[in-house]
Structure formats: C-alpha cells, structure tokens
Design a protein around this ligand. Structure first.
Ligand SMILES: Nc1ncnc2c1ncn2[C@@H]1O[C@H](COP(=O)(O)OP(=O)(O)O)[C@@H](O)[C@H]1O
Ligand SMILES: [Mg+2]
Length: 235
C-alpha cells in the first residue's frame, strides 16, 4: 500500500503479509512509517492506494460503520502510552471492550490472562496506583480479552526497563503461541525481533529488507551485535 499525508509520502508500495498464528515485528527508525502502517492495518486510517485484508476480509472499502464493528470485534490496538481510563479500576479497564460490545469472554480465559500478566492482586486498584509496566500489561490483556484476529501493537514496550519490556512482549507472544492469534508489532528497538516469527525493516516508508531478516534467537544475536558495533544507527 501507499499512504500520503498531503504531499508527504509516509508509505511507499509497502507490502506485508502475516500468515496465521504469526508474530511480525516491523522495525525502523522514527519517521519510518511504522505507526502509519499499523493505523492503516487497523482500519484507523485509509491507505491512499492499495488494500488491507484482515482474516481474508478486504477492509479497504468498508464504510465507517463496518470498520467500527471490525475494530471492536476483530482487531485490538496497543499504544505506547498506556491509554487506560483513570476513573475505572483495573478489572473494569480490562473488561471494557467486552462491555462496550455487550459480549462476554470465557471466565477461564480471563482468569488465565490475569494470572499470566501478574495482575491477580491488582484487579481492584486504580491504573495510576500501578507502575508503568503493569499499566501496559493491563492494556495488553485488554487487547487479548476479546480474542481478536490480530493485535496491532505500536511500540508497546517503549520507555520500559528491559525486564518489564520482556514481560509485555512475552504476554503478546503468548497470544500467538497459545491462543493462535496474530500480532503485528512496530518498534524502533531491534531487541523485539527476538520475540518475532518474521521481522520487516521499514525505512522512509519502504521495506528495505524483505522477510528473511532473522527472527528469534538469530535476531537477538544480530541485535546485540548491532547494538555493540553500530550503536549510532542500527538500521
Ligand atoms: N497525520 C500526519 N500528517 C502529516 N504527516 C504525518 C502524519 N502522520 C505521520 N506523518 C509523517 O509520516 C511519516 C511516517 O510517520 P510515522 O508513521 O509516525 O513513523 P514512525 O511510527 O515510524 O515513527 C513521518 O515523516 C511523519 O512525519
Ligand atoms: Mg510511530
């Protein structure tokens, strides 16, 4: 797809295919077009040309009402900013997407997610009583609780210390490994590639290295190598 903001080209002929049960990391420096790509993939923004399909459904020509349904039922979005409602408890924040769409989730799923995220003791807390990383874990559980086809995560570990970042990324990865979902994550931090099945590099709105860029352990080794030897510009 291609995306212009006025005369500014944010994405140029960017093609990305995420197979089922896949964790894709989109890496790139600030301004590369990562957020634009995720917003178009979520139907929050429309590409100028090209198409977006989710679970086999072309969303490009959907009207706003259909996109609303899609966004509340099939797609979840995790922002870098925790984005929790400060006047609701953790439990109320977690279940908000269900209440908004008058749906329920299997209690076993809710219990499992809450336990996995280490939030069992914090359900009655207010978001501001939690540290940043716990707040982000709440946002990730909230994204998982509706069992969407895909979770789009825009730099979800930004600003967190490495250990907390690992917890957030582990929880997202569990959505692919244990719930057969899809995760498409954007980050400027090459370390996230260690959690991904495929890694795509974006630079100036273009994919500069096709999938095949190492993922998993090989990516971690490469990231460490880059961090050590090319600290100024890992891309
Ligand atoms: N709403 C907008 N209006 C104008 N330009 C934008 C808008 N959103 C993003 N851009 C521009 O598009 C390019 C890609 O931005 P973005 O997708 O936010 O990159 P990234 O998330 O990789 O930092 C940047 O040059 C940015 O300035
Ligand atoms: Mg961004």
């Amino acid at each position: 797809m291609t995306k212009y903001y006025g005369a500014k080209k944010a994405l140029e002929d960017t093609t990305l295919r995420c197979p089922k049960k896949d964790f894709t990391a989109v890496l790139g420096p600030p301004g590369a077009g990562k957020t634009t790509l995720l917003r178009c993939a979520a139907g929050l923004d429309r590409p100028t040309s090209g198409t977006v399909s989710i679970a086999g459904q072309n969303i490009t020509d959907m009207n706003e009402a259909a996109l609303d349904v899609l966004r509340s039922e099939r797609v979840s979005y995790v922002f870098s900013s925790r984005n929790l409602l400060p006047s609701l408890t953790v439990a109320e924040n977690l279940t908000l997407p269900l209440r908004l769409t008058k749906r329920s989730a299997p209690p076993s799923l809710v219990i499992d997610l809450v336990r996995r995220a280490g939030l069992s003791e914090h359900l009655d807390s207010m978001p501001t009583d939690l540290c940043q990383s716990r707040q982000q874990l709440v946002a990730v559980v909230r994204a998982m609780i509706t069992s969407p086809a895909v979770i789009l995560a825009d730099d979800p570990a930004r600003g967190l210390d490495p250990r907390s970042a690992g917890e957030v990324l582990d929880l997202l990865a569990s959505y692919v490994r244990e719930h057969d979902g899809n995760v498409l994550l954007a980050s400027h931090d090459p370390m996230v590639a260690a959690y991904a099945d495929q890694t795509v590099l974006l630079k100036s709105g273009r994919v500069v290295r096709e999938p095949g860029f190492p993922a998993g352990k090989a990516a971690l080794e490469r990231a460490v190598h880059l961090a050590v030897w090319e600290a100024r510009d890992p891309f």
